[in-house]
Design a protein around this ligand. Structure first.
Ligand code: HOZ
Length: 427
């Protein structure tokens, strides 16, 4: 007899392309039916068959304090009762803008959007408008949402499905996106020496999280800052994934780099559709209504989403939170990797704050080419074994994982014991 998940997946495919509203969710990279979730609480979530999972996807990052945190739910319900949307300003947006600027000092002004994609595509338009230049630089395997200019050699779902260059993106437009290898200095230097004066912006995930997780070489980030400054190009840090997740001040606070523009999302919205882009005041002043670069949104700054974000950030400011989160994430991921190696399976892990990568190979990759050496067949076996044991992992070898502040020692023990069972049978 097929499960409720199977039945729902079959039904979903009739009226929704692929049965999902975002491709990676379809489980195509791992096979089987996606889990249709019915509820979540803290570090756990339950599917349509009533199966319980420890959740390491955390809605792909936003749930820094787990599912349905009581403080967030209470605040969201209270504000929702007063009206869902006005299409006009509210005081809540000012509070969130003040909070974001205080926590991320490179952001002097900020504009709220509904998704990370909107934030990155708006940041690119703003950079082009500000500099009067057209070309942008991105890195192979970095994903910056699905805006046309950015779906070139993209990571995440585009990579999972082997289509890093999407159909429907005009070749003329893609030609203005120059792609380099992540963490590689010589090609970066050479490109800037050749056409630095034509580059509007370099956009980068300061910690890559859409080709699994890849740590930056600090020198790579430092040189990016120097070269962009020297050539009058803008440096955009895409911190949609890393913002308020690897540290309260984002990856830029850990690596000591001040980008010109930053994009944020995920944790900033606490699970609601909310994102932002912001940065230097002189650049942000190019935005309409004060400047010539247009950008808008009916639901931008939505009061319910902003409230969820405000409470999520407030919870994130508890003393010692990122220290504890980092230790827990490290214990879980290093624990799994060492179990793998103990059983003769090449497995390495990296983590920062509540974000992690697990690669089925001997050494930590530093760019996409190296990421591609991972054993995706082993990942599939691991994924399904863990799923069966009640541990929910991202259904792709090319996604990062996430731990919340409410994952505790019970989740650690249960996860490691599941990993022992799964990995010991995988040789
Ligand atoms: N591309 C997203 C993760 N990097 C997946 C979003 C989703 O399916 O919700």
């Amino acid at each position: 007899m097929s499960s409720h998940n199977d039945q729902l997946f079959k039904r979903a495919q009739v009226h929704i392309p692929g049965g999902v509203n975002s491709p990676v969710r379809a489980f195509r990279a791992v096979g089987g039916s996606p889990r249709f979730f019915t509820r979540g609480a803290g570090p756990r979530a339950w599917d349509a068959d009533g199966q319980e999972y420890i959740d390491y996807v955390c809605s792909w990052g936003p749930l820094l304090h787990g599912h349905a945190h009581p403080a967030i739910i209470e605040a969201v319900c209270a504000v929702a009762a007063k009206g869902l949307s006005f299409g006009a300003p509210t005081e809540l947006e000012i509070e969130l803008a003040e909070q974001v600027c205080a926590l991320v000092p490179s952001i002097e002004q900020v504009r709220l959007t509904c998704s990370g994609t909107e934030a990155t595509m708006s940041a690119i338009r703003l950079a082009r408008g500000f500099t009067g230049r057209t070309n942008i630089v991105k890195f192979d395997g970095c994903y910056h949402g699905h805006g046309d200019s950015l779906l070139v050699k993209a990571g995440s779902g585009a990579l999972t499905f082997g289509q890093p260059d999407s159909g429907g993106v005009p070749a003329d437009l893609a030609a203005h996106t120059l792609v380099l290898e992540y963490n590689q200095l010589d090609t970066l230097e050479a490109l800037f020496a050749r056409v630095g004066h034509e580059i509007a912006a370099v956009i980068v995930e300061p910690v890559a999280g859409n080709m699994n997780m890849v740590l930056p070489n600090p020198e790579f980030l430092r040189r990016l800052r120097e070269l962009t400054t020297q050539h009058g190009a803008l440096l955009i840090f895409d911190e949609v994934m890393t913002g308020f997740r690897v540290a309260l001040g984002g990856a830029q606070s850990l690596y000591g780099i001040r980008p010109d523009l930053t994009t944020l999302g995920k944790v900033m919205g606490g699970g609601m559709p909310l994102a932002a882009f912001g940065g230097r005041r002189d650049i942000m002043q190019y935005l309409a209504p004060v400047g010539p670069v247009y950008q808008a949104g009916t639901l931008s700054g939505n009061p319910v989403a902003v409230t969820a974000g405000l409470v999520n950030l407030k919870l994130s400011m508890q003393a010692g939170l990122y220290q504890r989160l980092g230790e827990m994430t490290h214990a879980i991921t290093e624990g799994i990797a060492s179990i793998g190696r103990h059983h003769g399976i090449p497995l390495v892990a990296c983590s920062l704050g509540g974000m992690f990568g697990l690669h089925f190979q001997e050494v930590l990759p530093t760019n996409l080419k190296e990421v591609m050496r991972s054993d995706t067949e082993r990942f599939k076996t691991f994924f399904h074994g863990m799923l069966k044991a009640g541990v929910y992992w991202a259904p792709s070898a090319f996604e990062a994982g996430f731990v919340s502040s409410v994952h505790g020692s019970t989740e650690l023990d249960q996860t490691l014991s599941a990993a022992e069972t799964v990995l010991s049978h995988m040789r």
